[in-house]
Structure formats: C-alpha cells, structure tokens
Write a protein that binds this ligand. Structure first.
Ligand code: ZN
Length: 284
C-alpha cells in the first residue's frame, strides 16, 4: 500500500468538504450556503489544517446549485484569503445534466472530482455513464484542472485505470475512496481494506467516510498509509456522538489532532500541491 513505508515523506493531506449537495441547516445550522459563508468556513478550515477544499454551491435557500457564477464568486473569495487548493465537484447532485455537473469548472478551480461509474444513492440512482465520464474528463483537461476520481466501489478503482489505459484520464491517477453512501460500499474497516488493496502501490489516494463511523475509518485510513482524508459537514454533521460540530474547522482540527497523535504530520497546501503533482498556484 502506498505511503506505508515512507510515512515521514507523506504528510497527510486533509480535504474539507464544507457544504455538499444533501446536508441541510435543519441537520446542522453551521452548514454554509452562500459564497461568503462557504469562503468563511473554508478559510477557518484551512487555518485548522485543511489543504484542499471540495466545493459544492447552493442557492440562498439551500437547494443544490449548478450556477457557474456562484462557483466563481466562492472560489474568488477563497483565493483572495488563503492558498488552500480549490476542488469542485462534477458529481453535482443526483439528476443534474452533464453540463450542470461541469458548471464548477467555470470557477477556475485547481482540481475537480470525477465519477467513473454509477451507484444507488439512498432511494436515488446516481448515474455516471462511461460517455459522461469521457465528456467530463475532456472538460476538466481542457481547462488545465487536475482530476480526482471519486470511487464509491472497488470496481470504480478498476474503471479509473481502464479510463487511463484508454487515454481518458492522465497519469498519475488520484483517487478518493468514498465509503458509507447508502447503496455504495459501506463504511467498514474491511471495505476500506478492500479498497486499499485494489489501489496500485504509488497511487495517491484519500478516504472519505460518510456518517457516524467516520473517525474510526479515517483513523484506519491514516494507518493504512492513505495520502489524505476528507472531513466536513458534507460527510458528517457530528463531532462526536450526540454533539453537532460547530464548524467545519472543528472537524478538521479533530482529525488533525488524531493524525498528529499517531505521529503523522499534516500537509500544507504547498506540500499537497507537490505531493499531488499539481501546477503551482502562482500559475493560475
Ligand atoms: Zn461532494
């Protein structure tokens, strides 16, 4: 498994996912909706140790949005205030068209998530056909954005490398293993270990765990030598059982403390850019 033997050379890359498409203020009043709120939460999370922000945007009433202007405004505000790596979703929300899913690319992010397969998502079906992956990947590449494969299943890891062999995804592949979506791979240590085993050595990979098992799964991910972990209100609104997180920064601080307690240092955005082989921020 990647990174297991050279822990010191692989500071942990923490991604914060402050908003998402599904979680609401009814579930946690700290969920940011507007560009200023998202920027404020991101800057604080960066201060707490996040080196990447994974962004969705919302209409003022909290509805998931595909408005490029909202992405531009949000990323602009973040970039004015800190050097965190900006990543947009191209998963969007269930049912969005391909064009809507690509809207975040208009915000000129450094990275973009990309789906390479479909899953059931609760009662919905989250569809990404191969042709849609090809289309989104082309849009990502045209803009000089770096993709991160969102793998909800072990088969998605295999698909990523099939798309690479086809020339659809460039080398190196970066993977975010997402566990705990109802309908996808559950958030268990055994499933994490299947994911880890499917990812070729040397690949940069991070782990997202949705829901209550988050901290346990991310602790295991750190020990498995994952390059990064993702936290934030998109994935989990609780800091601990029965206690809502007051902010995204609080969730970042908690995972940072856990990593450091295990002897793993945390990457700065500059270190994360180098580890993930992104273009330097000054070029953007
Ligand atoms: Zn997301």
């Amino acid at each position: 498994m990647s990174g297991e033997t050279d822990w010191a050379a692989n500071p942990l890359i923490i991604t914060v996912a402050p908003t998402g498409a599904e979680v609401t203020r009814e579930q946690n009043p700290a969920v940011p909706y507007t560009p200023s709120e998202i920027a404020e939460e991101t800057v604080a999370a960066h201060g707490a140790g996040a080196s990447i922000v994974h962004l969705h945007v919302r209409e003022p009433d909290g509805t998931p949005s595909a408005d490029p202007a909202l992405f531009k405004e949000t990323i602009g505000q973040i970039r004015d205030r800190c050097d965190v790596i900006t990543m947009v979703t191209t998963g969007g929300a269930v049912g969005m068209s391909t064009a809507e899913r690509a809207a975040g690319l208009d915000g000129d992010p450094e990275m973009a998530g990309i789906e390479v397969g479909s899953i059931n998502y609760g009662d919905d079906v989250f569809i990404t056909s191969a042709s849609e992956t090809r289309e989104l990947s082309a849009a990502i590449r045209e803009r000089g954005v770096t993709p991160e494969v969102e793998a909800f299943e072990v088969s998605h890891v295999e698909s990523a490398f099939r798309f690479q062999a086809e020339g659809i995804l460039e080398d190196p592949i970066r993977i975010n293993a997402v566990l705990g979506v109802p309908g996808g791979l559950g958030a268990t240590i055994r499933n994490l270990s299947s994911m880890a085993a499917a990812i070729p050595p040397g690949t940069r990979w991070s782990v997202t765990a949705i829901g209550r098992a988050q901290r346990r799964i991310l602790a295991a991910a750190i020990l498995f030598g994952a390059s990064g972990v993702r936290v934030g209100l998109e994935d989990n609104v609780y800091l601990e059982k029965g206690r809502l997180a007051v902010s995204n920064a609080e969730l970042v601080a908690q995972i940072r403390e856990l990593a450091e307690g295990l002897g793993r240092t945390v990457a700065t955005p500059t270190e994360a850019r180098r580890l993930l082989q992104l273009s330097p921020a000054v070029d953007r």
